[in-house]
Design a protein around this ligand. Structure first.
Ligand SMILES: Cc1cc2nc3c(=O)[nH]c(=O)nc-3n(C[C@H](O)[C@H](O)[C@H](O)COP(=O)(O)O)c2cc1C
Length: 451
């Protein structure tokens, strides 16, 4: 019997009523869907019907975007996910939370709680939060420097890991007759004293099904890649071309191996915005309709927040001006590179660039039939560019339903994707093991950075 071919991993990246900035203008879109629990229950159930590994919500502690032109703002995903845990059984639940604007104790506790509530389906997308709007909500005049944010993030995660491991698995005595509940010797203060944090511990939540949430990372700058290589178990990334995807994949796997970790145990998922139609013409018509409904003023503001330079309507029919090197950007360094490369490579005017960014803000948009979408997913997967995909439907809920009903069956037919869940926890969906505990480990944990 031949071995089962390597399996794809699919994560549904869910955003309000769709990733496309004009999604809300479609007749079927709900104007207030972004605040409606039923909307998210529908999405979580659809992803589970499609045996997705996980659903995922981005987040940031600021009103991003401009409410004059689209529904912006979001529910706190660490509050939303427990509600979705109650109506699903299998699908993984990944929330974004910032290491720049939180304290490790609060967050370690919150994710441990979600892991218990969901029976081991929690994931944490670790972000350092690039935007100035967030800094202004926390008493800061400007965004903390890029390098500083990643240094804080590393210590933040180290503290969280110590807290999640502060209880040994066999802490429970449970002797009702003798009145002994737990073995105090198996619950350890962490006594962390570092550059950014002083935390005594232990955590006030006992060990969870996964010990700690799946650690996800999504920044692709030099600092971001080093951080991912050290801590991430899944990596979300924005890559426009197969060559860029292959280069990123090889580079990150090399960095992971250099730290003594197994590269196969870190899953890389580029984003794809699938604009679907039952025929090519239908898909193209939908793409054209999405572009027609875009508002240039909004697109310029969003571009400004991604590249750190505010262009005006006078720039619309000109090429993107020279913006200097990515290394000088204090915000989203990797997204800056993706966007400026795209504009140069294809010789786009700013107006054309705005159309290309309308669906995924730098993530790759692919327009076609379900078979064509499955073809490109398979091609990237088999060409060393991806272990799976971060699926970003332009319209929600319709775009996710269509993907589940038409693309997933095609991927299953090709033997690339599961027909049913075989694991229980999110980490099992991604083919990963429950992490060791530093007090009981028989295997050597990867050496951690001194903090
Ligand atoms: C798929 C994906 C999702 C992201 N979601 C968030 C998010 O929810 N909140 C956030 O602050 N940043 C988010 N980011 C941004 C990254 O965390 C990171 O800040 C950005 O890519 C710039 O990082 P870099 O300077 O290391 O390239 C996301 C990035 C990607 C690729």
């Amino acid at each position: 019997m031949s071995a089962r071919p390597r399996q794809l991993h699919l994560n549904a990246f869910l955003m309000t009523v769709g990733h496309h900035e004009a999604a809300w203008r479609f007749p079927e879109s709900s104007l207030l869907g972004a605040w409606d629990l039923q909307h998210y229950i529908h999405l979580a159930e659809a992803a589970e019907r499609g045996t997705f590994d996980s659903i995922f919500f981005g987040d940031g502690p600021a009103l991003q975007g401009d409410p004059r032109y689209r529904p912006v703002g979001r529910l706190d995903p660490t509050v939303l996910l427990p509600a979705l845990a109650g109506v699903t059984k299998h699908v993984g639940l990944v929330a974004t939370a910032s290491t720049t604007y939180n304290e490790p104790y609060n967050l370690a506790r919150r994710f441990a709680s979600i892991d218990h509530i969901s029976n081991g389906r929690a994931g944490w997308n670790i972000v350092t939060t690039a935007g100035a709007d967030a800094a202004a909500n926390f008493g800061l005049d400007e965004v903390p420097e890029h390098r500083h944010r990643y240094e804080r993030a590393a210590e933040f995660v180290e503290v969280c890991l110590k807290l999640w491991e502060s209880w040994e698995d066999d802490f429970l005595i449970g002797d009702k007759a003798a009145g002994r509940y737990a073995d105090g010797g198996k619950i350890h203060p962490i006594e962390h004293v570092g550059r950014f944090f002083r935390v005594r511990g232990p955590l006030n939540v006992p060990p969870t099904p996964q010990r700690h949430p799946l650690l996800v990372q999504a920044g692709s700058s030099e600092d971001g890649r080093d951080f991912a290589a050290r801590y991430a178990e899944a990596v979300f990334t924005a890559q426009q071309t197969l060559e860029d995807g292959q280069q990123f994949y090889a580079d990150l796997k090399r960095r992971i191996a250099a730290l003594g970790r197994d590269p196969a145990r870190v899953k890389i998922l580029p984003g794809i915005v699938p604009v679907l139609g039952s025929t090519e013409a239908e898909a193209q018509a939908r793409e054209a309709e999405l572009a027609r409904l875009q508002v240039a003023e909004y697109g310029l503001k969003q571009l400004g927040s991604l590249i750190g330079v505010q262009l005006t309507e006078d720039d619309l029919d000109r090429p993107l001006p020279d913006l200097g090197p990515a290394s000088a950007v204090q915000g989203h360094q990797s997204r800056f590179t993706v966007i400026t490369d795209l504009a140069r490579r294809e010789g786009l005017t700013v107006r054309q660039l705005l159309v290309r960014l309308g669906g995924g803000r730098g993530h790759r948009t692919f327009t076609g039939t379900p078979e064509q979408v499955a073809d490109t997913i398979q091609h990237w997967f088999e060409s060393g560019a991806a272990d799976g995909f971060n699926v970003m439907p332009p319209l929600l809920p319709g775009g996710l339903d269509e993907f589940v009903d038409h693309v997933v069956p095609e991927l299953r037919r090709r033997g690339l994707f599961r027909h049913e869940y075989t694991g229980k926890t999110l980490r099992e969906h991604y083919g990963l093991e429950r992490p060791d505990n530093r007090y009981t480990s028989v295997r050597k944990l990867p050496e951690v950075r001194a903090v």
